[in-house]
Design a protein around this ligand. Structure first.
Ligand SMILES: [Zn+2]
Length: 241
């Protein structure tokens, strides 16, 4: 295939691919899929916080229970000494003071224990709810993707076919022209190439002046439009179609 023909075909393919991409992006499911993804991302941050809180609550509860256990051991030791009858008056007083102090500390720990249990239960419930919500969002997302796939399978098939066709076309186009084409596509948002029909370019449709027309006739088959600066295919300028 000659380069001018390949370039025009390339543009045709790229315009079709652009239309397909636009159609795919405007599918109602796309918006919903994005909303589900955003919701899951936000939920993941919240879940991390909840898991952190649950772990803290577990550690605090564990620490409380260990402390209580240790205090009970101390009480038992003091009690045993006290009951052994082998201690003097001063020691008895010390032991009584120690037991009173331990009893107060234990009471405080027992009181805290109730709060810690409640805190842990609350965190566990929040974690369970967060994971259930994520499962729900995940299923919703999967259903949306399935529905999108069903409705866009024809477009996707065409996109694959066009992409392959595009790939095989590129061998017919020199790197310099391709570079100009890529730059023009960006500049014009798609319509980068026009054909000269007689003395009128097909896109901007500004009549070429006789002197410029003479230059174009003698110039390369892929020139540049002097008015809109798109790539201008002059090959076949006298064709009737
Ligand atoms: Zn032009």
């Amino acid at each position: 295939m000659m380069e001018p023909e390949a370039l025009l075909k390339l543009q045709e393919i790229d315009l079709a691919l652009m239309r397909h991409r636009k159609t795919l992006a405007s599918m109602p499911q796309m918006k919903k899929i994005k909303a589900v993804q955003a919701a899951r991302k936000k939920l993941a941050v919240q879940t991390r916080q909840i898991v952190g809180e649950r772990k803290d609550a577990e550690m605090d509860l564990d620490e409380n229970e260990r402390a209580q256990l240790r205090m009970h051991e101390l009480v038992d030791e003091a009690q045993a000494k006290y009951e052994s009858g082998e201690v003097g008056y001063r020691d008895v007083q010390n032991l009584e003071a120690q037991l009173t102090s331990l009893a107060k500390k234990l009471e405080k720990r027992e009181f805290q224990h109730k709060d810690l249990v409640a805190r842990l239960e609350k965190a566990r419930l929040a974690e369970k709810n967060a994971r259930a919500l994520d499962d729900k969002l995940c299923s919703e997302g999967e259903a949306l993707v399935m529905s999108l796939r069903e409705q866009t399978s024809d477009i996707e098939r065409d996109v694959r076919k066009l992409s392959l066709e595009r790939e095989s076309l590129l061998v017919n186009i020199t790197p310099g022209v391709l570079e100009r084409y890529d730059a023009a596509i960006k500049k014009f948002g798609g319509l980068a190439v026009e054909r000269l029909r007689g003395n009128v370019p097909s896109v901007c449709r500004v009549t070429i002046s006789p002197s410029v027309f003479g230059d174009l006739k003698r110039g390369p088959r892929i020139a540049e439009c002097p008015y809109c600066h798109r790539l201008l295919v002059t090959e076949g300028m006298f064709d009737l179609d």
